[in-house]
Design a protein around this ligand. Structure first.
Ligand code: AHR
Length: 516
């Protein structure tokens, strides 16, 4: 593993400067004349699994519910997600995907079989949400569909027939069955993954064995050009590079992307991960330190892809990422319900900036998960709903969807340090939006000290910037059902003085502005 490390001498100097109360001015230079890769909108994708109240209750209440809904999907939650411009939804898992049989989820809902969700709480799964309901959801959201096929307990025939059921036109029996079930027109599948976490819940496989299965299965996944989705191979996790190496060598010409999973735990211990709220500063720091490892993980895997796939045909797609804390006390441990604070919003923004910097290879990601599970956008309690700080981070970054990344260099960055360790204080990203404006994102990972940032756009003067800021008084500030607006973006602007634009970035804050 090669996580980002600061040179020891530089770190010591930075830490002692901070201890002495020195306040450095960070220089951020944006090279507008050298546009980079387009930040694919799918980098802002989200994951919705049959897990806890992630779908049932949080998104789906059924058409007969008193909670206002459209064909079973909650109007409040879908409306809020629509405002986020969610570009892509991954479904039905996760671990759940490898025990999901698509024929259980079509036809009359009251005739569908009831199974046990063995991965998540052992609760009954009545299959009320199946293929048609999922496509209704993405249609209501205006999103694209990422469907994860069952490799673990499925068959190549089942995966091939599911794709045919979803996408085929004409007179085939499966197309007619889809029409009989209410949808004569084909659905559009943007991504189709073969299995999930093949190294773990997806079958405890080794990379070479999975690669052979992928080759076998995809030989039978057929669809006409223009209809066939991007095919995804399920890759490794964390610092691992072996999966990317084996899959990119063995699946040349057969895969459009290799996925990757990395969860940010405040500790490195899956038994005691750390609390979502009421945590000490040491856990704010370790969360920042651990989430920033994503940069090194992407760099190391991309280096392998650059060697095995210099034509850049294979994307590197982290399709599960985000914070994972100890579950909220009193909730079902199998439901992965956790609160969401300003810390989560900062984690999201730091990861966005990392993804932007690798936009040529990172073409899709999916945060885990959309509603009520892990690092969620939205939490619900029966008919109530609250938007989390992570929701607002996604909202502020909407202009980066399909924007053209611009190179950013930071000089004289501050270091946020604790116990002899340090992380860069400021993270920055910039892009030329679809509207032609230059967007700048600044994140201060330091929960105590504001930092002055001098912004310089090479090849052009910036007279002023205008946008939004997200911050709060407490590190663990959260929105609750009673107090929904504790963490919410506020207007932010700054004007150049003497030809120089300086932005004071408050402690633990995210700023997204457009240059004027
Ligand atoms: O997101 C929760 C679970 O985490 C997913 O089902 C699985 O793929 C991962 O281990």
């Amino acid at each position: 593993m090669k996580a980002p490390k600061l040179h020891a001498v530089a770190l010591a100097a930075a830490l002692s400067a901070l201890a002495a109360g020195a306040s450095a001015q960070v220089n951020v230079t944006i090279d507008a004349a050298k546009p980079g890769a387009v930040i694919n909108k799918d980098v802002y994708g989200q994951f919705a699994e049959h897990l806890g109240a992630g779908i049932y209750g949080g998104l789906w209440v059924g058409p007969d519910s008193k909670i206002p809904n459209t064909r079973g999907w909650r109007n409040d939650v879908v409306g809020a997600l629509r405002d986020l411009h969610v570009p892509l939804v991954r479904w039905p898992g996760g671990c759940f995907a490898d025990e999901y049989h698509w024929r259980d989820g079509i036809g009359a809902r009251d005739k569908r079989p009831v199974k046990v969700n063995t991965n998540w709480g052992g609760v009954p799964e009545n299959n009320a949400v199946g293929t048609h309901e999922f496509f209704d959801l993405v249609g209501q959201l205006g999103a694209d569909a990422y469907v994860n096929a069952n490799l673990g307990t499925g068959t190549p025939q089942e995966a091939s027939e599911w794709l045919e059921y979803m996408t085929s036109e004409g007179k085939s029996t499966l197309a007619q069955l889809r029409a009989k079930n209410g949808h004569p027109a084909p659905f559009k599948v943007s991504y189709y993954a073969i299995g999930n976490e093949a190294w773990g819940c997806g079958g405890n496989m080794r990379p070479a064995y999975y690669a052979d299965l992928y080759r076998h299965w995809t030989s039978f996944i057929k669809a006409p050009a223009g209809v066939k989705p991007k095919m995804l191979a399920s890759g490794g996790q964390g610092e691992e590079t072996i999966w990317t190496d084996v899959l990119s060598r063995e699946l040349k010409g057969m895969t459009d992307g290799i996925t990757h999973h990395y969860y940010t735990l405040p500790t490195s211990d899956w038994k005691v991960k750390g609390a979502a709220t009421g945590f000490p500063e040491a856990e704010w720091f370790s969360t920042m330190e651990r989430t920033l490892k994503m940069e090194g993980f992407i760099r190391d895997n991309v280096a392998i892809l650059d060697k095995n796939d210099p034509e850049k045909k294979i994307a590197f797609d982290p399709d599960e990422w985000g914070t994972w804390y100890d579950v909220e006390p009193g909730t079902n441990p199998g439901f992965l319900y956790q609160r969401n604070t300003l810390r989560d919003a900062v984690v999201a923004a730091l990861n966005f900036n990392i993804f932007h910097a690798h936009a040529d290879r990172v073409r899709m990601t999916a945060i885990a998960q959309m509603v009520n599970v892990l690092q969620a956008m939205i939490l619900t309690d029966n008919g109530k709903m609250v938007l989390t700080p992570t929701y607002w981070a996604y909202k502020m970054y909407v202009p980066f969807q399909n924007a053209t990344s611009l190179p950013v260099t930071l000089a004289n960055n501050t270091t946020y340090g604790m116990n002899g360790k340090g992380v860069p204080g400021i993270s920055a990203s910039a892009a030329r939006g679809a509207d032609g404006k230059t967007y700048i994102a600044l994140v201060n990972a330091n929960p105590k000290d504001a930092t002055e940032v001098a912004v310089n756009v090479a090849g052009g003067n910036v007279g002023a910037v205008r946008g939004q800021i997200l911050t709060a008084d407490a590190m663990d500030a959260q929105n609750t059902f009673e107090h929904k607006d504790v963490v919410k973006p506020a207007p932010f602007s700054a004007t150049a003085a003497g030809g120089k634009l300086t932005i004071k970035v408050p402690a633990k804050s995210i700023i997204v502005v457009a240059a004027e």
